[in-house]
Design a binder for this molecule. Structure first.
Ligand SMILES: CC(C)(COP(=O)(O)OP(=O)(O)OC[C@H]1O[C@@H](n2cnc3c(N)ncnc32)[C@H](O)[C@@H]1OP(=O)(O)O)[C@@H](O)C(=O)NCCC(=O)NCCS
Length: 157
């Protein structure tokens, strides 16, 4: 069975290996690890996603699923869990940069945005300043605040 869980410190190498194999950057990963999630199957990390917090704005990054487990919904589960974690930490919107999944994130409500619309607190992050090239597409999604019942949902754009 595969579960979505908060990443442990001991998952770091497995996360780095997944990202490296998928050609995703490791730069600035440290900042996303406190709010990182993993998909775990029989104790093995088979997917990951992280959120870098910059005040009320988050950078969703490092969304990755092991090649042999793709197209089974794990990516969507990781993104949903990352959004819930971000909302629980008072983030109200998420941005992401991608060169490879521009057509995938809109399935989960993300919309293409311009770099100039990205808040300055976020443009100082490592992924913006170096790891992701100028050609990477920026996507954005607003999050609903966590309600009293503790649930979070996507805010339509
Ligand atoms: C992008 C990624 C995380 C998706 O994970 P996943 O578990 O396969 O996604 P899901 O199972 O939730 O969704 C699968 C669906 O999305 C589509 N899809 C998967 N990756 C896609 C991509 N890069 N672009 C467009 N569509 C994509 C699949 O064809 C499938 O479509 P279907 O439902 O019509 O059959 C995974 O392909 C991956 O790890 N890619 C390499 C790393 C990467 O590019 N990460 C994103 C940048 S941060």
């Amino acid at each position: 069975m595969t579960t979505i869980e908060r990443a442990l410190d001991s998952d770091r190498l497995a996360i780095e290996n997944l990202l490296t194999a998928a050609g995703l950057p490791l730069d600035g990963l440290e900042a996303a690890l406190p709010a990182a999630l993993v998909a775990r199957s029989d104790g093995v990390v088979v997917g990951c996603a992280g959120v870098e917090a910059h005040g009320s704005v988050g950078l969703l990054r490092s969304v990755c699923v092991a090649p042999d487990l793709r197209d089974a919904g794990l990516g969507r589960l990781l993104v949903t869990a990352a959004e819930e974690l971000a909302a629980s930490r008072s983030m109200t919107e998420l941005y992401l940069l991608t060169e490879t999944a521009e057509a995938w994130f809109p399935r989960m409500g993300y919309r293409v945005s311009s770099r100039s619309s990205v808040p300055t607190e976020l443009t100082s992050s490592a992924e913006f300043t170096g790891a992701c090239p100028e050609g990477a597409v920026v996507l954005h999604k607003g999050l609903q605040p966590v309600s009293n019942a503790g649930r979070q949902g996507a805010r339509p754009e």
